[in-house]
Design a protein around this ligand. Structure first.
Ligand code: ATP
Length: 237
């Protein structure tokens, strides 16, 4: 399997706060890779660095064999690395359909945008039912689906989701995870940031555990789910 993403030895600091120290990880074609860890472990910083929003002091980010460590955020999006940040950030006064159209802002081919919007409506029929409704009136789970749907319009090769289940009820968490599995089956690789390790390890192929800015464990999702340290720290009773 080819590597879509290789992160090697990343150090990132915000002033005197060392957020990442020597973080390395890979995502291969076709995989869902989960990045687990508690609050402040460095998960969001890792994805923000991959997306070009935060600059590394040391280390490299390689996508499809090309060094993108110093690439601009928009050129990284053009390479098919699409980031859905924490907190959904949909446009609450725009309709569902208008929110999806914004996902295609960098695409000139209108027919391609229409095709992708149709694909999103097929994948997420609740969005199709609510296409004329304002984003802000959707439930939390629906807003998350809309944020993911909007990212799909950009045609991701790698979808990077930052805590997509935050604040959602268990049943809705399961629906979001099912959607992520379907997106992956349809061809996109996924880097899934989650504090909800139990839910993430059910759908992921592999995972990494971040603790205080360092990767402390990595392995297949099954190995991590059975690791006593992971069970004690993240899976609980
Ligand atoms: P969470 O789940 O709470 O978002 P996280 O694992 O994503 O946590 P990060 O948000 O990456 O963690 O934060 C890593 C460390 O960097 C933390 O100590 C955090 O306080 C610090 N940090 C993050 N963003 C900034 C910033 N803009 N300025 C200063 N420190 C920051």
């Amino acid at each position: 399997m080819n590597n879509i993403l290789e992160v090697a030895d990343l150090d990132v600091a915000y002033g005197k706060v060392q957020a990442l120290s020597g973080v390395s990880l890979t995502v291969r074609e076709g995989e869902i890779v989960s990045l687990l860890g508690n609050n402040g472990a460095g998960k969001s910083t890792t994805v923000a660095t991959i997306s070009g929003l935060v600059r590394a002091q040391r280390g490299t980010v390689t996508a499809f064999g090309r060094d993108i460590t110093r690439a601009t955020p928009w050129s990284i999006v053009e390479k098919g690395l699409i980031h859905v940040p924490e907190g959904r950030r949909i446009f609450s006064r725009l309709t569902v359909h208008e929110n999806l159209l914004i996902g295609g802002y960098s695409i000139r081919d209108k027919a391609l945008i229409d095709t992708r919007i149709r694909q999103v409506y097929d994948l997420l029929p609740r969005l199709a039912d609510r296409r004329g409704q304002q984003g802000g009136t959707l439930s939390g789970g629906e807003q998350q689906m809309l944020a993911i749907g909007r990212a799909m319009i950009a045609g991701p090769q790698l979808l990077m989701l930052d805590e997509p289940t935050m604040g959602l009820a268990p049943l809705v968490v399961a629906q979001v995870m099912e959607t992520i599995t379907e997106i992956n089956r349809a061809g996109a690789s996924v880097l899934l940031i989650e504090q909800n390790a139990r839910a993430a390890l059910k759908v992921a192929h592999r995972g990494y555990v971040l603790d205080s800015g360092r990767v402390t464990l990595s392995g297949t999702a099954a190995d991590l789910a059975n690791d006593p340290q992971v069970v004690a720290a993240y899976l609980g009773k």
